[in-house]
Design a protein around this ligand. Structure first.
Ligand code: ADP
Length: 244
């Protein structure tokens, strides 16, 4: 349901994505690993069109963006609606409560009526285990709770694919599990997910496929068991040894 062909992105002379091909089946969870600077974040940002690729084709369901042609604003908006992004830092509106943060997108972007947006946001906050925190402001929530609001906020836009960019790397160790659990539940419900993370336990348990990226390339991809116990490329083995 998600396909990427020959995706290229460079910043000035720096080639960051050097011909990425990827296909993700509906309901699958893809974990992307690789050294810092290998292009993982840029790949997710391209999928959410926070960055504009220089070349390549991205497709989600019947929405296609071909960057060798002119891409219109309308096409970008339609494509972006298909993906929900969860960031390393939560970027919640500090002066809005948890439920207001989750309602914001549907009300402002989708013009959903407030009552409906409220009911949906309440349901989503319950789903990520925050039923008793809906009226709290971000400063009253732990990092793990704020990140779960971030997940609910992305879900509120009803995306086809959820993108997670190191969602637990800013968290204290004891708060990581609650966020990974919320993600795991989402995966169990059949959400299609692309996750950049160093949490190898999550990758082993939840991923259908692990991609190892380096230098803007996908060096190796496979089932987590295969990649972790029997990596084909020396670089994958070296990297996995380092983060074990
Ligand atoms: P990763 O997520 O694997 O650490 P990134 O996608 O964040 O890698 O970055 C890949 C490379 O692109 C890095 O060298 C980074 O400095 C560079 N880069 C990322 N974003 C920008 C930008 N907006 N402008 C210039 N260089 C960037």
């Amino acid at each position: 349901m998600l396909t990427i062909n020959n995706l290229h992105k460079q910043f000035d002379d720096l080639v960051v994505l050097d011909g990425i091909d990827l296909d993700v089946e509906k309901g699958n969870v893809i974990v992307v690993v690789g050294p810092s600077g290998s292009g993982k974040t840029t790949l997710l940002r391209c999928l959410n069109i926070l960055e504009t690729p220089n070349q390549g084709v991205m497709q989600i369901n019947d929405q296609t963006l071909d960057f060798s042609n002119k891409v219109t604003k309308k096409q970008v908006q339609a494509f972006r609606k298909q993906t929900g992004m969860v960031f390393q830092t939560y970027n919640l509106f500090p002066h809005k409560t948890a439920i207001e943060n989750v309602m914001e997108g549907p009300v402002i972007v989708k013009k959903m009526n407030k009552k409906q947006a409220y009911e949906q946001a309440k349901r989503l906050l319950e789903k990520v285990g925050l039923a008793d925190k809906i009226d709290y402001y971000p400063f009253q929530l732990s990092g793990g709770q704020q990140q779960r609001v971030g997940i609910a906020r992305a879900l509120a836009m009803d995306p086809e694919v959820m993108l997670f960019d190191e969602p637990t790397s800013a968290l204290d160790p004891e708060l990581i599990g609650e966020v990974l659990n919320a993600m795991k539940e989402l995966a169990d419900e059949g959400m299609t997910m692309v996750v950049v993370t160093h949490e190898m336990g999550f990758a082993r348990e939840v991923a259908d496929e692990v991609l190892f990226m380096e230098g803007g390339h996908i060096v190796e991809r496979g089932h987590p068991e295969e990649i972790f116990s029997n990596p084909k490329h020396e670089r994958t083995a070296q990297f996995l040894n380092l983060i074990k």
